[in-house]
Structure formats: C-alpha cells, structure tokens
Design a protein around this ligand. Structure first.
Ligand SMILES: NC(=O)c1ccc[n+]([C@@H]2O[C@H](COP(=O)([O-])OP(=O)(O)OC[C@H]3O[C@@H](n4cnc5c(N)ncnc54)[C@H](OP(=O)(O)O)[C@@H]3O)[C@@H](O)[C@H]2O)c1
Length: 478
C-alpha cells in the first residue's frame, strides 16, 4: 500500500526541521520522522500550521506514509549516523525509491553509498545544501547528485523550495553519484578563501589607517554597493559595526582570535592535493585558521620573533582604501578561478559532466558565498564552456589587470609592514605563476634528475632524458 506524503524528511534537528517546513510551505504533504519522537512532536506542535505534515514514530510507518516512488530526505549528523539511517531504510524501501542525503557528507562516502543502494534497486542522491538554518527554511542553494532519472521526479520539488534569483532556482542537477557533495565541498572551500580574504582586507585597513572597527565596517558597507556586493561583505559590515553589550567595545575586539572549522575546508585542500590542482587561496585560508589556533607556537613567536618592519604610514587614505578594495577583488577572482579548476579536474577524474556556469548560477542565492560577481562567472562559462582558466576570460582578465598595480602595492606594503596576508599574497603569486612564460620548475626537475634519476624532458626535442650526474655527465634517452 502506498501512502500520501509526497516527500519525507528523517532527522528533524535544526536543518531537517526547517527543510520539512520549507517543503510544507510550498504545498507538499511532508512525512516527518526523527530517531527520538520528541522532535517530531514539537515540529507539529510549533509549526503544524505551516502545511500538511504526516508524523510517524517508527521508520516503518514513516516509509509507509510516502507515495511511490518514495522520496526520503535524510538530514542527520553526517558520517556513521547517515549509514545507520540508510541501513534502517533499505529493507523498508522498494525498487525505484529515492534516498536523498542532504547532510554534509564527504563525497567518497556518497560514491560508496550510491553504489551500495544501486544494488538494491534504489536511487541515492547525495545533495549539497547551503545556507544554514535560515536557508533551509526560506530557500537554500541545493546541489543534487545521483542519477538523471531520479532528478526527473525529485528535481522539480527541490527547485521549488530552493532560493530564487531573478526567478531562476538555485538548484540544478550537478552530476552522477558524489558530484553534488563534491561541488558543495568546493563551495565551502571557496567560502573559507572568501572569508580569509575579507579578514585580511579588514586587517590591512585597520593597521594601515589606524581606525576603529566600526569605521572599517562603514567602508565594507560602501564596498557592498559595487562589484564586491555579497552576503559575506554585507555581514562583515554588520559584524564590524556591532558593539559588545558587556564591555562597550567593538564586538570583533572581544572575540578570541582563533578561527575553528568543521572540516570541509580541510577536505577541499586534501582533494586539491590529490588532484594536483593548486587551490592556494583555499589552502592558505585553511592554514590561516590552523595558525590562529596554534597557541603555543604563537606564544613562542610573539615572545621571540622581531618584526623589523616599518610603521605603516598611509599618506592618501582614500587611495589606500581603493587599493585594498581592488586587491581584494583580484584575490577573490583567483580563489574562485582555482575552485572552478578543481571542479573541472574532479569532473575528469570521476566522470562527472558538470556545467561550471550552472554551478555559479545556483550559488547566486541561498548560500553563504552568494554574490553579484557569480553572474560574471556564469557568463564566462557561457562564452566558453571548457574555459581552461577563469582568469583568462576577457571580463576577468580586464577586471584583474586594472587592479594589478593596486594589488602589487598592497601585497608589497603588507610585507614591508609586517602584516600577514597569506591569501592576498599567495593569490598574487599564483597569478604571476600561471601567466609566466617560464617557471623555475625547470631547475626543480633538473635537481630531481640529479639526486633521483627522475629524468626530464627537453624544450628542443621530444623524448625523456637522464644525465649521468655522478659519471661523465653524458645525456641518455631514458
Ligand atoms: N547546521 C547547518 O548550518 C548545516 C548547514 C548545511 C548542512 N548541514 C548538515 O545537515 C545535517 C543536519 O544538521 P543539523 O545541524 O540539523 O543536525 P546535527 O546536529 O548534525 O544532527 C542531529 C540529528 O541527527 C540525528 N541523529 C544523530 N545520530 C543518529 C543516529 N545514529 N541515528 C539516527 N539519527 C541520528 C539526531 O536525532 P536525535 O534527535 O534522535 O538525536 C538529530 O535529528 C548535517 O549533516 C550537517 O552537517 C548543516
């Protein structure tokens, strides 16, 4: 017998609860279930008038309350709990049913789970959901993977509840098996880079101008009216102008300067290393959080290491602010360019057909990195779907080139004045590296041949060669 609910949500903590309410508010009959029944009951008691909920205490009743093919969204703690829920669901489901993992799974787990459920005749859709609890309720950015067949029936529902920008849903099919969770992972990595770049811009302004956090908040508010317009710039302006009620000090000054992480940045960097993609912006952002939390090292460094740096003297306040703005924009383009390279490399590695322009489009609303500038990325991939380097799209080439003198002044100034700007600096180094006609990698490869007979290729003819470094230094074809 088939039930009447069009979609089900199991796992009703903050995210699942809000997602279920979002489905209900869009007119869907929503089956709801949670391991401990109290959360199910409180959802109905507090928000029953959001729409049509079908609560169940047992997983079996929950599954039975769904119309076929069943669509079950799992929104539980990522890792072991997701596997536990899947194991409980499998014997209750029937061929053609769709299991959606909307938690923050690591994409290799999604690949594994998709394969396992396929053997039971079930569709498994690993989907990224971004936007936190607010997004889950009012419209997140949704990145579903899995089969195209499952997207045909599930996709319209997800598109319905997603954020909309200019009437376009922030949800589209991403690619098979782990593609959705992969793209969500890179989204989070880019978020790390974006946040670090903003933090460095703040630090430069604070140290360069010697002004209050609130004044810098006003500068960010101003920036939010131009090319940099984004959720992260907007909240930065807000945070910097917030005053701590207990002390009357700027809120940012009473927060301990140690940034934590849940791990998606680390996953992104690990994958960048695996694929050999230089995602230096994301890596520096992740390491900057690690450095901030390296308490004994920082104490030892503070006590022992001299700065030998000049006192920063900014002569033209407005020109300096504009330099930092341009350097921030250019560094941000690099971080996004690297993230999109990573998506392209993973698509090749894992056989995913990912439309990068569509990924930028579904990140325009609902998610943490939502920004005006994502439109420009979509347009770039519309101009050339297989663009090898986002930075080389004419729009971005021009935008970055016009800010290049400012970018160099800011990075050089930071170095001379002892202000750490790992993400600004590494982004500029990447820019100069990726545009270089010739890199000192030639010397590295020569060294490798010297000590390890790792061979080298020549610029003037085909083949692989080795020089007898410890002998007569003749060259032989390897
Ligand atoms: N919070 C965010 O902003 C955010 C944003 C995007 C994605 N996510 C992801 O969304 C998912 C849900 O996040 P959340 O913050 O709402 O909840 P959470 O704190 O990650 O997980 C709590 C939920 O998991 C259930 N659960 C835990 N272990 C279980 C098990 N062994 N078997 C069955 N159920 C189990 C809990 O049930 P009980 O009530 O019975 O304990 C509860 O419903 C996570 O994967 C998270 O990473 C979160």
């Amino acid at each position: 017998m088939s039930g009447t609910a069009q979609i089900g949500v199991t796992g009703l903590a903050v995210m699942g609860r809000n997602l279920a309410r979002n489905f209900a508010r869009h007119g869907y009959t929503v089956a709801i279930h949670n391991r401990s029944y109290a959360k199910t009951e409180s959802l109905v008691a507090e928000h029953g008038d959001d729409g049509d909920f079908v609560p169940s205490e047992s997983m079996a009743d929950f599954v039975a309350s769904l119309e076929r093919p069943r669509k079950v969204v799992i929104m539980v703690k990522a890792g072991g709990p997701t596997d536990a829920v899947i194991d409980e669901l499998i014997p209750l489901l029937e061929e053609g049913d769709i299991v959606v993992d909307a938690g923050n799974a690591h994409f290799p787990d999604t690949i594994r789970r998709e394969k396992a459920l396929k053997e039971h005749g079930l569709h498994f859709v690993g989907t990224g959901v971004s936007g936190g609890e607010e997004g889950a309720l009012n419209g997140p950015s949704i990145m579903p993977g899995g089969t195209r067949e499952s997207y045909a029936s599930l996709g319209p529902i997800l598109e319905d509840i997603s954020a909309k920008v200019d009437g376009t849903p922030c949800c589209t099919y991403v690619g098979s098996d782990g593609a959705g969770h992969f793209v969500k992972m890179v989204h989070n990595g880019i978020e790390y880079a974006d946040m670090q770049l903003i933090a460095e811009a703040y630090d430069l302004l604070r140290q360069g101008l010697g002004v209050s956090a609130a004044e810098i908040g006003q500068i960010f508010a101003q920036w939010n009216t131009g090319d940099l317009e984004s959720f992260l710039i907007e909240i930065t302006a807000d945070v910097l102008q917030h005053v701590d009620a207990a002390t009357g000090k700027a809120f940012v000054d009473i927060v301990l300067d140690q940034a934590e992480q849940k791990g998606t940045g680390r996953w992104t960097v690990q994958n960048g290393l695996d694929l050999g993609v230089p995602i230096t912006g994301i890596a520096e952002a992740t390491f900057a959080r690690a450095l901030s939390g390296s308490v004994p090292q920082r104490a030892a460094g503070l006590a022992a290491l001299p700065a030998h740096a000049a006192e920063w003297e900014v002569k033209d306040r407005d020109a300096f602010i504009e330099d930092v703005r341009q350097a921030l924009y250019a560094s941000k383009v690099v971080a996004y360019s690297q993230g999109f390279d990573q998506i392209a490399a993973a698509a090749t590695e894992f056989g995913w057909d990912i439309d990068r322009g569509a990924m930028a489009r579904i990140w325009r609303g609902g998610c943490i990195i939502r920004a005006r500038f994502l439109n420009r990325i979509t347009e770039a991939y519309e101009r050339q779907a297989d663009l090898p380097l986002l930075l080389a799209d004419p729009y971005f080439t021009d935008a970055v080139a016009s800010g290049l003198p400012a970018w160099r002044r800011v990075v050089a100034g930071a170095a001379q004045n002892g202000v750490p700007t790992p993400a600004f600096s590494s982004s500029l180094a990447y820019y100069d590296g990726v545009r270089a006609e010739r890199l000192p990698a030639a010397l590295v490869q020569a060294q490798r041949d010297f000590f390890g007979a790792h061979t080298y290729k020549r610029v003037d003819r085909e083949g692989t060669f080795h020089t007898e470094w410890s002998g007569d230094r003749t060259e032989a074809e390897a």
